[in-house]
Design a protein. Structure first.
Length: 233
């Protein structure tokens, strides 16, 4: 049995309503490797004098070298993995499936992103970026749903909310989610596009050996998995 930490984030509260696709994602790391990998992140931050958070919104030309080295760190660190779920927001029929509760709908997508990633025999510790939820107990509901579905197979040891500023692996998840969402929402094709964000997204795809981030991957893809959720028929 192996133990893993999953550091999760989602774009529900932060994405522009005009953008068609929402993204939910997570970084996956063996629990015993967490401290050494976070140490590498902190060393890289120190080398580049990069203070504060380094999520997608913080990506800027004056920190370009640091951000591109984050890609290299991820690619070269075989124990780091990323998975995200892409959802077309126009297909989210909250009135039909979620009693009009869009928040509940997004937690169901969280469930879909996570449950198919958690393998039998393993133990998982889940850390979700804290969000202000309209209903108390959302995290507990998600934990219970995962435990019920995975009963007798994978084990969910904990599911806790954390703040992104204290968890660099949540920030890394946010960074990669931003790159994927940037391509899927075709923000790189606008006249107002950000050159550094466009270059970052393209460089990430190239170093993953892909022509673009704007496509789903096979379920078996382990390093950088993009799950295109296409709604219910």
């Amino acid at each position: 049995m192996s133990e893993f930490n999953l550091y999760c984030d989602e774009s529900r509260h932060t994405s522009d309503p005009s953008q068609k696709f929402a993204v939910i994602g997570a970084i996956h790391v063996p629990r015993e490797k967490k401290h050494s990998i976070v140490g590498r992140l902190h060393n890289l931050m120190a080398i580049h004098n990069a203070h504060g958070e380094f999520g997608w919104k913080r990506l800027s030309p004056n920190r370009a070298a640091f951000y591109f080295e984050l890609i290299d760190l991820f690619i070269n660190e075989e124990d780091l993995r990323f998975r995200c779920l892409i959802a077309d927001k126009t297909l989210l029929d909250h009135n039909r499936y979620n009693e009009g509760d869009s928040e509940l709908g997004f937690y169901k997508l969280y469930y879909q992103m996570l449950v198919h990633w958690m393998l039998p025999g393993n133990t998982y510790h889940l850390y979700l970026d804290w969000q202000q939820n309209s209903a108390s107990g959302r995290f507990q509901e998600l934990r219970s749903a995962l435990r019920n579905k995975l009963s007798g197979r994978a084990h969910v040891a904990c599911l806790e909310s954390v703040t992104s500023h204290s968890q660099p692996l949540v920030q890394l998840a946010d960074l990669f989610m931003g790159a994927v969402g940037y391509k899927w929402n075709r923000l790189d094709q606008l006249s107002t596009r950000s050159e550094i964000k466009t270059n970052f997204s393209n460089d990430l795809a190239e170093k993953l050996g892909r022509p673009t981030l704007e496509s789903g991957t096979y379920p078996s893809e382990e390093k950088f998995n993009i799950f295109h959720w296409q709604g219910r028929s």
